[in-house]
Design a protein around this ligand. Structure first.
Ligand code: AVI
Length: 324
C-alpha cells in the first residue's frame, strides 16, 4: 500500500474565538478566568512537555507504560486496516505505540489547533511510516467537525478508532466532557474510542502533581500572562501573580488559579483591567474519575465501555469504549 493522500495538506475549519477575545471576555467576568486551551502556544507546549517528565507528574509515564503493556490487546480491539483519529495530536510517542502494534493501519488523522505543530509532527511520522495515509486536520476538536471518509473508503472498509490520551477529558467540566464524548462518537462512524483518564486518588499525590518542586507547573500557568504580553502587547508582571493549584476533594478536581499578589492594573488591547490583592484568575480544572464514574459518563454519551487497563497503584486508567 503506498497511498499518501492528503499528506501534509491540512484541512482547516473556520476560526473560533481568539486568545484576545477570550481574555477580554474572561477578565471582565467574576471570578476572572482564562480558558486552559490557551496554555499551548509554542512556549506553553514546551513547558507541558517538561511537566510530563517531572517526577511528581505520574500521568504520562503511567499511561505510556499501560499502552505499551496492552498494545496487542488494543490493536486487536481496533481491528485491521484502521484509521486512527487522534483528538489533539500531542506527543506522537503515544500514537506510535498504537501504530506499531496495529494490524496494517491504514490512516492517521490527527486533529490539532496548531497547524504549524501538525506540519512538523507529520513530517517526522511520514518518514517513519511511508505507507500510512496521513490526514492532518487543523481545528478545535471541541467544536463540531465533520471528517469525511477517505476517498475509496467507508465505515465498513476502514473502521475508525478514536484516540484521546493524557486525561485531557479531565480539563472539561463533566457536562462539557459528556458533550465532547458524544461529539467524538459522532465523528467515529461507529468505531471505538481509546481514552486515558486520570483516577481519583490520595489528594496529597494529586496536589504534588500540580505543585511540583521545580516550579514548572507554575511557569506553565504564568505562561498565559507571558503569552498575552508577547502576542497582544499586554503589560502583565507574571511575578506579581502566584500559581495556586488546590485539590477540591468534593468535586474530584484540581483547580488552577493565578492569584494577584497585590492591587494592580494591567493594560490589554487598549483597556485597563484591575486586580484586587488576593484576587484569583481561574485558569484550569483537571477532573479525576473513578473507573465507575467514567464508565457511567461514557454510557450516557452513547458508548459501551468494554476493556479498561490500570496500573498496579491505580493511578491512571485507559478505557476502550465502543460506539452503541
Ligand atoms: C493536559 N492536561 C490533561 C493536563 C492535566 O493534568 O490536567 C494539563 C496540566 N495542567 C497542569 N499540569 C498539567
Amino acid at each position: 500500500m503506498d497511498v499518501q493522500l492528503a499528506r501534509l495538506e491540512p484541512i482547516s475549519p473556520p476560526e473560533g474565538e481568539s486568545f484576545a477575545d477570550c481574555l477580554l471576555r474572561g477578565l471582565h467576568q467574576t471570578p476572572k478566568q482564562i480558558a486552559c486551551k490557551y496554555f499551548y502556544d509554542e512556549a506553553g507546549s514546551r513547558l507541558f512537555d517538561a511537566i510530563c517528565e517531572l517526577p511528581e507528574y505520574y500521568q504520562t509515564r503511567t499511561e505510556v507504560a499501560l499502552l505499551r503493556r496492552h498494545a496487542g490487546e488494543i490493536a486487536a480491539l481496533m481491528g485491521r486496516d484502521v484509521e486512527i483519529l487522534e483528538f489533539g495530536a500531542g506527543s506522537l510517542r503515544k500514537v506510535r505505540i498504537l501504530l506499531d502494534a496495529a494490524q496494517n493501519p491504514y490512516a492517521y488523522t490527527p486533529l490539532d489547533i496548531s497547524g504549524d505543530y501538525l506540519q512538523e509532527v507529520m513530517r517526522a511520522l511520514a518518514a517513519d511510516y511511508p505507507a500510512l495515509v496521513l490526514r492532518p486536520v487543523v481545528g478545535d476538536f471541541t467544536g463540531p467537525l465533520e471528517i469525511p471518509d477517505l476517498p475509496g473508503r467507508n465505515a465498513k472498509t476502514c473502521r475508525r478508532a478514536g484516540f484521546f490520551p493524557g486525561s485531557t477529558i479531565g480539563n472539561f467540566k463533566p457536562d462539557a466532557a459528556m458533550a465532547l464524548l458524544r461529539q467524538m462518537r459522532a465523528s467515529l462512524n461507529g468505531g471505538g474510542l481509546l481514552i486515558g483518564v486520570d483516577l481519583v486518588k490520595d489528594p496529597v499525590r494529586l496536589h504534588a502533581a500540580y505543585n511540583d518542586a521545580a516550579g514548572v507547573t507554575a511557569l506553565f500557568n504564568k505562561n498565559l500572562l507571558a503569552r498575552a504580553n508577547r502576542e497582544l502587547g499586554a503589560d502583565f508582571d507574571p511575578d506579581a501573580f502566584a500559581h495556586y493549584a488546590p485539590y477540591n476533594a468534593a468535586a474530584h478536581r484540581i483547580e488552577m488559579y493565578l492569584v494577584s499578589l497585590k492591587r494592580q492594573s494591567v493594560r490589554l488591547c487598549g483597556r485597563q483591567f484591575d486586580f484586587a490583592a488576593g484576587e484569583p484568575v481561574h485558569t484550569e480544572d483537571s477532573h479525576k474519575y473513578t473507573i465507575e464514574s467514567f464508565r457511567e459518563m461514557a454510557c450516557r454519551a452513547g458508548f459501551n465501555p468494554r476493556a479498561v487497563w490500570m496500573d498496579e497503584d491505580r493511578l491512571f486508567a485507559v478505557h476502550w469504549l465502543e460506539s452503541r
